[in-house]
Design a binder for this molecule. Structure first.
Ligand code: NOJ
Length: 757
């Protein structure tokens, strides 16, 4: 049967039964499988391996040219997907060749890194996690999907759900921080946002949970470095956000570059087949990371490309990204029987199924409407949503003497720091099609917010521009030539906003650091400016994508705001908080250390046999620095204050499979409305294996008027109390548990209950 006729049969099958929705869905699945199988039966080995091949390229409108692969490959069905080609019209041109000029007319999948926005840029994922507001994060992903889909994109390589406990690792900016629970909640929210309820809705796109797995555990925080982890840590810390993404229906998973205990992830049958598919029931497809199949040669487990390709495909890695190894090297291996055809078939099936699920066989051009594209990108409501996420992502770290909010009636205000005017950095590390000229910098946001105030500006440290190397060199330079002007305006103005941190190029992929200090001479600038400002209000804004070690600022800056990279609406959101339009409510999704030497530093560590104790030599401490963090996980202040009272449990004994409720009264004890993120942590006091000193198991954002009290209720069940025992069985063990409820991982009320046989 011709593919077109096949499609008609398939469509009749899908559209006919409308009675019961559930029945129709299972019928549709069966029809999908039948359709995919018949298509598969007509495909040559080359065409199958073509579906498993993703190339990158920049399609130029001036003439058809496929940089990698070439048009002939498209016509021959030797390409299944592209990454980094964007635009409704351009992708239509390429799709047309695949659909109308290749033998089987199988549509292409267009993928792109749509990580925190597409044209409207939202805060970087770490900052989004600081909102502790999954509904908002879901909405951000929804908008990103809507924009990307309108520009021809079917598939995003997000969410990045890697737990990151080491701030030296540059990619900490791309995830939700250090905690598996918060990370899981955010992972599921983003998957729902990108994929919506129905993939056939052309404003939804396939999501990717990446990087499977433990990429964030790179030794010494150096990107791509070796990982060596126990099965326990993998299951307790690094896997949960992936499981949450799979449970939320994520359609694709990307491999990690790293090895784990001697096995490169990209060749791991244990990970991609035994765990992901057999144990978890994942039914989507797996894509390698960029050239990760080829990199198996560097890892030293493959003698040549064909061997690398064979190992990856056998492991369950369905599509190779960029290196073209499957299509180039595997046909002879299939011919000789070294690579079973059944493995190739299964991988092809999975990729075709994704295309079916997106509705691409029904209409391959459903993502290619330039009018929709023009109306969708940077729509005003998208900008408004980006501003709201940005506002909620800001974390107030310090506010001595209520320096903040600043008065709107200041006669003059000095804004110091090159990053204040840097709208490129405001966009963050994965800005897709975000444009600096559409992005409002901190300086511009302040100017808009207080038009009557005379805003003076001095860069202080050198603005970073040019190539990656030039930017890093500028950020690290000890150049102090801008200090005098900064000091002069600090003296002249009524108040000072000092913007310090890292250029966006200093975080993200291949941007690890060995120190976490403010780069270059920024701390020295801070000393000089604080000196010059005397008793005037001085607010330090941090703009960065990782925890920084800032003990000097923590001690000497009167007010300190973590403002990350907040995207297109960074400036207005920062101004909203600076001048009190918005009361900050963000909480840190990562621990801030005192110095890089403490890394990896995270709140849910194990107790050790010698827990640190002041004045006790033989306990787990440092000689030169306290063992405690500078700012703990979950920390964040407000312009108002909150009191926690009357922590109570519904019962103090539950059976292993029981549940209990935890309630606490939270009161706004200040004089302005504010939002508190109430956090619930649990500790298993005595167990058969060591347990974290605390583990987050719930949180809720509560908005309170001055004087208002609300009761917050959490439910704890067996999943919150379970552990992997010595045999790696998931069990709830009898014994006492402590519950902590409070404003961060370091403070709170406590109660106890017992799990009984
Ligand atoms: C490499 C990165 O590790 C991955 O996260 C990204 O999706 C791909 N490049 C494609 O850009």
């Amino acid at each position: 049967m011709s593919p077109r006729l096949l499609l008609i049969v398939f469509l009749l099958g899908v559209l006919a039964p409308r009675a019961a929705r559930a029945q129709a869905a299972s019928y549709r699945d069966a029809r999908e499988d039948a359709f995919v199988d018949s298509l598969l039966s007509q495909m040559t080995v080359e065409e199958k391996l073509g579906q498993l091949t993703q190339y990158t390229g920049r399609w130029t409108v001036t003439g058809p040219s496929v940089p990698q692969g070439g048009e002939e490959d498209l016509r021959a069905g030797r390409i299944g997907s592209f990454l980094n080609i964007t635009g409704a019209a351009v992708t239509r041109d390429i799709q047309r060749i695949a659909v109308e000029e290749s033998r089987l007319g199988i549509p292409l999948l267009f993928g792109q890194d749509v990580i925190h926005g597409f044209r409207t840029i939202f805060p970087v994922p770490l900052a989004e996690a600081a909102t502790w507001n999954p509904a908002l994060v879901e909405q951000a992903a929804r908008i990103a999907a809507r924009e990307a889909a309108a520009a021809g994109i079917h598939w995003t390589f997000a969410p990045m759900v890697d737990v990151a406990r080491d701030a030296r690792w540059g990619r900490i900016v791309e995830g939700s921080g250090e905690d598996p629970y918060l990370g899981s909640v955010m992972a599921a929210a983003r998957v729902r946002g990108f994929q919506g309820d129905d993939l056939r809705d052309p404003s939804t796109i396939l999501a990717t949970a990446k990087h499977f797995v433990a990429y964030g555990a790179a030794e010494a925080g150096r990107d791509y470095n070796t990982v060596d982890l126990s099965e326990r840590t993998l299951r307790e810390v690094y896997l949960p956000p992936f499981k949450a993404a799979v449970d939320a229906g994520v359609q694709t998973v990307m491999t990690a570059f790293n090895e784990i205990g001697g096995e490169p992830a990209t060749a791991s049958h244990r990970l991609f087949t035994d765990l992901l598919r057999d144990e978890w029931g994942f039914d989507g497809f797996v894509v390698s990371d960029y050239t990760a199949v080829w990199e198996l040669l560097h890892h030293g487990i493959a003698a040549d490309s064909a061997d690398a390709g064979r190992q990856a495909l056998m492991a369950g890695v369905d599509m190779s990204m960029v290196d073209g190894i499957y299509i180039r090297t595997l046909p002879p291996l299939v011919a000789s029987g070294v690579l079973p055809m059944s493995v190739v078939d299964e991988a092809t099936r999975r990729v075709l199924r994704a295309k079916v699920r997106l509705g691409l066989f029904e209409d391959p051009y459903r993502y290619n409407d330039p009018e929709r594209e023009a109306a969708t990108l940077l729509a005003p409501e998208h900008r408004a949503a980006a501003r709201e996420v940005a506002r909620q992502a800001i974390v107030l770290l310090k506010n001595d003497g209520n320096v903040l909010p600043l008065s709107r009636d200041l006669r003059s205000l000095a804004v110091i720091g090159a990053l204040a005017a840097d709208s490129v950095s405001a966009l963050g590390s994965w800005a897709a099609l975000g444009r600096a000229e559409e992005t409002i910098s901190i300086l511009a946001g302040i100017r808009q917010a207080v038009p009557q105030t005379r805003v003076l500006y001095a860069p202080g440290y050198p603005p970073a521009r040019g190539s990656f190397d030039e930017i890093v060199a500028a950020m690290l330079s000890e150049d102090t030539r801008g200090f005098d002007e900064a000091v002069r305006i600090a003296r002249e103005a009524d108040a000072v906003v000092l913007v310090l941190g890292e250029h966006r190029e200093m975080t993200g992929e291949a941007a690890s650091r060995a120190t976490l200090d403010l780069p270059g001479a920024q701390e020295e600038l801070a000393r000089r400016v604080l000196d010059a400002a005397g008793d005037k209000p001085v607010v330090v804004l941090l703009t960065n994508g990782r925890p920084l070690a800032i003990p000097f600022l923590a001690e000497h800056a009167p007010a300190l705001l973590e403002t990350w990279y907040l995207g297109t609406e960074m400036g207005p959101a920062v101004a909203d908080v600076l001048f009190g339009e918005v009361n900050p409510s963000g909480k840190l999704p990562v621990t801030f250390p005192r110095t890089a030497g403490q890394e990896p530093l995270y709140y849910n560590h194990k107790p050790t046999g010698r827990p640190p104790q002041a004045g006790q030599k033989y306990t787990s401490r440092y000689l030169d620095v306290p063992w405690t963090p500078l700012y703990p996980f979950g920390f964040g202040l407000s312009y108002t204050t909150f009191a926690y009272d009357h922590l109570r449990l519904s019962t103090d004994r539950i059976p292993r499979d029981g549940t209990l409720t935890v309630q606490v009264d939270v009161t706004n004890t200040g004089d302005r409305a504010g939002t508190e993120v109430v956090q619930l942590y649990v500790r298993d006091e005595v167990a058969s294996v060591t347990r974290p000193v605390k583990a987050l198991r719930g949180f809720e954002r509560v908005h309170l008027q001055p004087g208002q009290t609300r009761t917050v209720t959490f439910t704890l069940g067996s999943e919150d109390l379970a552990l992997y025992d010595l045999h790696m069985q998931r069990v709830v063990e009898p014994g006492f548990f402590t519950v902590y409820v409070g404003p961060s991982s370091a403070e709170g009320l406590q109660a106890r209950f017992e799990v009984v046989e």
